[in-house]
Each structure stands twice: as structure tokens, then as C-alpha cells.
Design a protein around this ligand. Structure first.
Ligand code: AMP
Ligand code: MG
Length: 419
């Protein structure tokens, strides 16, 4: 039932930095260990976390084969400089190897992907020969290994093809299929319950009562988490009533790995998440030196983790991206996926008024000379979702930054890389 005094805003201690909060989360969250088997073909495997190192059962490519359409030759037959005449003794097709052996003065017509016939050690592309009915003329020399894709050059049999913890991409699934593996072991998905809190929140589609607003965060956050290896349960909206919140959180904690609350995480009289958690669970940390997203909290109810997001849309989304996402990936057993940050040149001055790290919303573009430039969108207040929607990146300003001038370099985090 105790909170951590070091980050309790009631005390005068400094807030946790984002780095410290991320480190504490990584240390606190133990990856799930239960696995399940999924087919490589279906939708089940995409984005899932590989449970064990995947060792290549066969080499890739499995045999020496031709990279081009042409003729398989013995390099020693070709002379330098000069033209050699070779008899064409057969054809090697992809999937239909030539069964014989290429002898001196001979060659085999070959197509891309076909096995290099015995005796041959190089391929001459068809554009480089003068081809007759039964013979070709080749200008030498042809080096041994020319246009040959050697067995195992991409992957040797027995080599680790993908490490445990890899979140499987479309390319990874192709690689697994290329090794003939139909099913694989992945970690089970993290069960996440998503709960909005607030008397004012109304589901889209219903009529707005005086003073009410639509619940946009639950829609945005669940979309943001969609690509992660999670099973999301929509827990709806909890009114600003401590008793209902206590019951809802307690019940949801019995069947979820994580409860993600939205709103009610500050210190107002209607903010019940923190006191409720102190009562029925415990707080690991609360409040981060970042803007937006300061009132983020992490705690537990029994074995269930609670991530508390602030209610303002930009605060909720930034905290979700910077803290919840890496936390869920850690729980899911995935290897860390640091966000892509790129240097960009400011085309407008940036104002920074806090001593916290800031994630301003910006628009970056690639200039014709190859430089990335960026400008903040107007409307940086945390409630301004339309301004956020017009942006295509975060401008990541460290705590010590005191604003930037035109021409200064900053780091940006493009939205596309953070999904
Ligand atoms: P809170 O963190 O509960 O104090 O909420 C801060 C601000 O965010 C208030 O203006 C709330 O109305 C708004 N807010 C809280 N939850 C949501 C939500 N799910 N969707 C949209 N706005 C919200
Ligand atoms: Mg509220």
C-alpha cells in the first residue's frame, strides 16, 4: 500500500525523468513465459514474439543455383582473351535439374533458380553469348562462380535465423516459410483491459449532454496498441466515483495482465485512480518530468499491472507511446524497439517553457537538398487533438533545452516509425 516517496508530488523530490521511468518499468515487468504454436500462414503469426531462437533446419539457398538465364559452363574451358565454342548438351530448369555432367567443351542451357549441373562452376548470361542451335560462342574469361548463388550464402543450416524475442514482421514470416517451417512457438499475447474514467465521457454515436464530451482517447489508444502482441478488452467508461472505480479495477485485475486507465490520474478532487490504487494495490511510480504526459503512473493490483494515463488527448497518446508501448513489449517478451529519432533543422523558432522533456508536435519534410526540416504545429496544448492530427512527428526536446532558433538542430520522431 505504500507509494514511492521519491516521486510523490506531495514531496519536494524531483520527478522521475523519462529514462528513469522507462528503466524502472523494464526492471519491474517480468516477461510472460507461456507459449502457443501458430501457423506461419495465418494472421496469427504477424507481430507475435518468437519464443525461442529459430535455428535454420536447411541452408538457404539449399543448393548452388543460377542467378540468371544463360548457360552453365566450366570456367576452365573459357579462354582469355578469345572466343570459345561450347556444345549445348541439355537444359536445367528451376525445379527440373539437368541429370548429367558437363564435360570439357560442353555447356547446359540454364534458367534462374535452376541447380548448377555437375561439372559446371559458372554461368554466362544469355545476353553475352552468340547462340546457335546446338552450340554457343563465349568470350572469355568467365570467372569460377560467376552468376552462381552458392548454397548457404544467405543462411547456413544450423545457424540462428531469428532470435528469441523477435517480433515477427512480414519479412520474418517469409524467411520462416523459406526454411519450410509451417508452425512455430510464440509467446502468448498480453491481456490488456482499457478503461476510460470520467463523468463527462460519452461514446461516439450517443447524444452529448450539457458539459459532456466524446471519449476519443479510448478509440485512439486502442488503435495505437492494435499492432502490438496484446488482446485488448474494452472495459468501457467508469464514472468519477471511487467505489465504482475500486470494484471495476479489482474485478478487471483478476483476468488481465495489464489495466490501462485513461484520465483521473492527477490530483483533482475527481481524480480517483491514485488513491484507489493505494487502497487496493500499490504504486510503483507516479509523475514523469515530461510534457505532455506528466501524471503517468505505474502500479499493481496483485499480479496485474496498472498503467495510468492522463486524460488530455496529447498527454495520453504521448505517455502511451513512450511508456506503455515499451512496457507492453517487455511484458510480451519482445526485444526492445527504441523509437527512430532523426536530426532535423528548425525552420521556425521553438518555444519551450518548462524544465521537463517535451514532445512537441511538428511537421517535418525532406527538402530537395536532402536535409530534414521541421516546424512545430500551432496549438501545442495537450487538449488539441486536431493540431496533433495535422502533425507527422514529435519534436523531442531534452529537459535542459530552453528553446531553439531558426537553423538549430533538434531530434524528431516520425509517427510512422512508432506505429
Ligand atoms: P483528467 O485527466 O481526468 O483530469 O482529464 C483531463 C482532461 O482530459 C479533461 O478535459 C477530460 O475531459 C479529458 N479527458 C479525459 N478522458 C478523456 C477521454 N477518454 N477522451 C477524451 N478526453 C478525455
Ligand atoms: Mg477526469
Amino acid at each position: 500500500m505504500s507509494s514511492n516517496a521519491a516521486c510523490d508530488p506531495a514531496g519536494s523530490d524531483p520527478l522521475l525523468t523519462l529514462d528513469q521511468a522507462q528503466e524502472r518499468l523494464q526492471a519491474h515487468l517480468a516477461p510472460l513465459t507461456e507459449t502457443e504454436r501458430v501457423g506461419v500462414r495465418g494472421r496469427e503469426a504477424l507481430g507475435r514474439v518468437l519464443a525461442q531462437d529459430l535455428v535454420a533446419p536447411i541452408a538457404s539457398p539449399p543448393f548452388d543455383n543460377s542467378a540468371m538465364d544463360g548457360y552453365a559452363v566450366r570456367s576452365e574451358d573459357t579462354v582469355s582473351p578469345g572466343v570459345t565454342r561450347l556444345a549445348v548438351i541439355g537444359t536445367a530448369w528451376a525445379g527440373r535439374p539437368y541429370a548429367g555432367t558437363v564435360g570439357p567443351g560442353e555447356c547446359v542451357r540454364i534458367f534462374t533458380g535452376a541447380v548448377i549441373p555437375m561439372g559446371a562452376d559458372a554461368v554466362v548470361i544469355q545476353e553475352a553469348v552468340a547462340a546457335g542451335r546446338d552450340a554457343i560462342e563465349v568470350a572469355g574469361p568467365i570467372p569460377s562462380g560467376a552468376w552462381v548463388r552458392a548454397a548457404g550464402r544467405d543462411l547456413a543450416a544450423g545457424q540462428c535465423a531469428l532470435p528469441a524475442g523477435k517480433r515477427l514482421s512480414a519479412i520474418d514470416l517469409g524467411l520462416i516459410a523459406s526454411m519450410g517451417i509451417p508452425r512455430l512457438a510464440v509467446l502468448r499475447r498480453v491481456r490488456v483491459g482499457l478503461l476510460s474514467t470520467g463523468d463527462e465521457l460519452t461514446p461516439p454515436g450517443a447524444a452529448l449532454q450539457p458539459g459532456a464530451i466524446y471519449d476519443s482517447n479510448r478509440v485512439a489508444i486502442s488503435a495505437l496498441l492494435q499492432p502490438l502482441p496484446v488482446v485488448l478488452s474494452d472495459l468501457g467508461v467508469c464514472p468519477d466515483d471511487p467505489e465504482t472505480l475500486r470494484r471495476t479495477l479489482h474485478e478487471a485485475s483478476t483476468w488481465n495482465d495489464v489495466i490501462l486507465t485513461i484520465g483521473g490520474a492527477s490530483v483533482g478532487d475527481a481524480d480517483h485512480v491514485v488513491p484507489t490504487l493505494r487502497e487496493i494495490g500499490r504504486i510503483n511510480f507516479w509523475k514523469i518530468a515530461m510534457k505532455p504526459g506528466k501524471p503517468f503512473l505505474h502500479g499493481r493490483i496483485g499480479g496485474c499491472h496498472v498503467f495510468g494515463l492522463p486524460g488530455n488527448p496529447a498527454s495520453a497518446l504521448v505517455a502511451c507511446q513512450q511508456l506503455v508501448r515499451p512496457g507492453l513489449l517487455r511484458l510480451a517478451g519482445a526485444l526492445p524497439e527504441p523509437p527512430l529519432r532523426l536530426p532535423a533543422v528548425c525552420v521556425k523558432a521553438l518555444r519551450k517553457s518548462t524544465d521537463r522533456m517535451e514532445f512537441q508536435r511538428g511537421i517535418y519534410r525532406l527538402e530537395p537538398d536532402g536535409t530534414l526540416t521541421v516546424a512545430a504545429v500551432g496549438g501545442q496544448d495537450a487538449d488539441r487533438l486536431a493540431a496533433f492530427s495535422a502533425a507527422n512527428c514529435f519534436i523531442v526536446l531534452p529537459a535542459e533545452n530552453r528553446g531553439t532558433g531558426v537553423g538549430d538542430r533538434v531530434l524528431i520522431e516520425p509517427f510512422t516509425s512508432t506505429g
